[in-house]
Ligand binder design. Structure first.
Ligand SMILES: Cc1ncc(COP(=O)(O)O)c(C=O)c1O
Length: 398
């Protein structure tokens, strides 16, 4: 079988807990190969990266392997892969760099569909420089973010546009390639938050046509860190603050201090794991990633349809997010019932489906869900029909 969920589940020690994990959009479980890679990297001879001693070479290899693996995952140039502690760290850093050239009269565009880490850093950077912020709105009923929601706001004053590749509560997958084309046509920079998209779809940075795109490894089997990818020639042009003796070379210029070699080794192992999800896939790592992610999508799609059908049939339920193209993530409330109490009830049944705004803060408020948000049940590559049945029966028993 191309996608054998039982084979995949055996690789995750945490599944022995008996927990049904629907909190994958918050962070996935981790296969043992990733833990082993981190342990091996941190206990082997290690020094600061360089090429002379074995220990320097080991550290250097961790860095180069990490960049090559991310490049395979996203189809980008390995010299454009910037490591960061988290996606939020990376957007804050890059917002300050890009805003160095923004001023009054310049415009940036953000959306109300995004996770706040792809809104606030840009908004705050623009405000600090006197630039104007324009907001793209999603449709409240469908949760679609049409291409026109961006193109209607573009002008020759637009400098920068940030859009999510997939909304982390509503699941919407906007047409980012079409948006990228429109944004580039007015000469602005386009950035995609692919944190919630990367665990569910093949990402092709070059085909999308964006200037920046990023993901967080802990959402896709890896350790807690993020990566921001771009084009090396673009990075060369971006000014950033750095220490006097530190390198001027990209992407290193954007990575502060000594890199966490063992975490990078963990990211590489997580991407190798992705490439092996379809155990019949052959070819280069990129080719195996594409086959594996396609096999995963084919597995997740009917399972999500089943979950959505079952949950939508429950009395008093309201589901949010009905975009045509979306991730297998369901966001819902029950009339007259407290979502947090439902979450706690499910937790007692060893079913993890938390309730919150999950930092999709603007979206939560636009939907009238305030700070509290709703329950989120997201499928992960180890989710099964049995997990879904446990979730549904837990919801029924509240
Ligand atoms: C879509 C999306 N963007 C950004 C983030 C933030 O990522 P990080 O924790 O790496 O800053 C999350 C985390 O939930 C997310 O789901």
């Amino acid at each position: 079988m191309a996608y054998d969920v039982n084979r995949i589940r055996k690789e995750f020690p945490s599944l022995d807990s008996g927990i049904a994990f629907f909190d994958g959009p918050g962070g996935s479980q981790v296969p043992k190969s990733v833990g082993q890679a981190i342990a091996a990297a941190i206990t082997q001879p290690t020094s600061n990266r360089n090429t002379v001693t074995l220990s320097e070479q080991n550290a250097e290899k961790c860095v180069q392997d990490y960049r090559a693996a991310v490049a395979d995952l996203l189809n980008c140039d390995s010299k454009g892969v910037i490591y960061g502690r988290s996606w939020t760290q990376l957007t804050y850093d890059m917002s300050r760099n890009l805003a160095k050239s923004w001023g009054p009269g310049d415009e940036i565009i953000v959306t109300r569909l995004d996770h706040d880490s792809n809104i606030r850093p840009w908004v705050q950077a623009a405000e600090a420089k006197g630039a104007t912020v324009k907001w793209a709105e999603f449709d409240k009923e469908s949760a679609e973010l049409p291409v026109e929601s961006i193109t209607n706001l573009l002008s020759n004053k637009t400098r920068f546009v940030a859009v999510t590749g997939a909304a982390n509560t509503l699941g919407t997958r906007p047409d980012i390639a079409a948006m990228a084309k429109a944004v580039k046509s007015v000469g602005a920079l386009f950035l995609v938050d692919a944190v919630h998209l990367t665990p569910h779809a093949v990402i092709d940075f070059k085909a999308i046509g964006a200037d920046f795109l990023g993901f967080s490894s802990y959402k896709i089997f890896g350790p807690h860190c993020g990566s921001l990818v771009s084009h090396p020639e673009l990075l060369e042009q971006i000014k950033n603050d750095k220490l006097a003796p530190s390198t001027t070379v990209v992407p290193e210029r954007f990575e502060f201090g000594t890199l966490p070699y063992e975490i990078m080794a963990g990211v590489t192992a997580s991407i190798d794991f992705v490439a092996g999800m379809d155990d019949q896939a052959t070819g280069t790592r990129r080719e195996r990633i594409i086959k594996s992610m396609n096999a995963l999508e084919a597995y997740e799609h009917p399972l999500f349809e089943y979950m959505e059908k079952e949950i939508s049939a429950l009395p008093g339920v309201k589901t949010y997010g009905h975009a045509k193209l979306r991730t297998p993530t369901l966001y819902f409330t029950f009339e007259g019932k407290d979502s947090v109490e439902i979450f706690k009830h499910l937790a007692k049944l060893k079913v993890n489906a938390p309730a919150h705004n999950f930092y999709a803060y603007e979206a939560s408020h636009r939907l009238g869900l305030g700070d509290k948000g709703a329950i989120r049940a997201g499928l992960a590559p180890y989710s099964t029909k049995e997990d879904v049945d446990r979730l549904v029966s837990g919801l029924k028993s509240f």
